[in-house]
Design a protein around this ligand. Structure first.
Ligand code: OAD
Length: 240
């Protein structure tokens, strides 16, 4: 059976109540300054502001549930011969929906590590109540070297995890169908994944209620929310 790649962005989790980055009004980068929150320099300047903001996001994710799109993607993995799920998301909703293997290009909210020595750090317990967005919270200290613990996500100006991006491009080059779900396709190098697949001859299907940078090359543009489109699409891909 064919090799299907699913490539997801923040839009796949939007219907679980997790805000995207660039949607008008609700997008995180419409309300918060990425330069103050998502760069190594920002963490050096104000570690408590950055740590508090990511802990707020982690708490939001812990209270959210996977939606029909996450579940349909997990089902597709069981139905096709070869399957690769690549996500730019830092939540764990694909895993909780039952996806067995997730290639994470931008890290995870659930894998903090030391800013100085890279040692993985234990997760703090859930903070009771709804932590206010932007509330400063001192980051824990590394058990090995005493350095500050940072969120395990990729920040602007940082490289993507080498093994994950290499495997993502390899999968894109060898797939028959690539399904791009809920991403603006603006953040590189991750955004190149569907373009690599297209150049290598794959059929590219996009699910997104809004136009994106991928529209021009997609063979099919489904202008629909992910949780509506994915269950039907997965049924038809499973039959192909
Ligand atoms: P964006 O916020 O840039 O794009 C989200 C996309 O989801 C938009 O194109 C929306 O139209 C679409 N969308 C909204 N609701 C949807 C729904 N219900 N169903 C399907 N699509 C929907 O998010 P990403 O493309 O994921 O980087 O952003 C890429 C990277 O930029 C993120 O991984 C993050 C951010 O800075 C890091 O954290 C390193």
């Amino acid at each position: 059976m064919r090799h299907v790649v699913v490539f997801t962005g923040a839009g796949v989790s939007a219907e679980s109540g997790i805000p995207t980055f660039r949607d008008a009004l609700a997008g995180l980068w419409e309300r918060f300054d990425a330069e103050e929150l998502a760069t190594p320099e920002a963490f050096r300047r104000n570690p408590a502001l950055v740590w508090g903001w990511y802990e707020w996001r982690r708490m939001q994710v812990m209270r959210a549930q996977p939606n029909a799109a996450h579940r349909a993607i997990a089902q597709l993995e069981e139905r096709v011969g070869r399957f690769t799920l690549i996500t730019q998301n830092v939540d764990d909703l694909h895993d909780r929906a039952g996806s067995r293997s997730v290639l994470r290009l931008h890290g995870s909210l659930f894998a903090p590590r030391c800013f100085d020595c890279d040692e993985p750090a234990a997760l703090a317990p859930e903070i009771p109540g709804e932590p206010a967005s932007g509330r400063a919270l001192a980051p824990p200290r590394c058990a090995r070297c005493g350095g500050l613990v940072r969120p395990g996500v990729v920040w602007f100006g940082e490289s993507l995890p080498e093994a994950a991006i290499a495997r993502a491009f390899e999968a894109a080059q060898s797939c028959d169908v690539l399904l791009s779900v809920g991403t603006s396709s603006l953040v590189h190098p991750a955004a190149q994944v569907p373009f690599v697949a297209k150049r290598a001859g794959a059929r590219v299907i996009q699910v997104n209620p809004n136009p994106t940078a991928l529209d021009e090359i997609a063979d099919l543009n489904l202008r629909s929310p992910a949780a509506t489109a994915l269950p039907t699409l997965v049924e038809s891909l499973s039959r192909d």
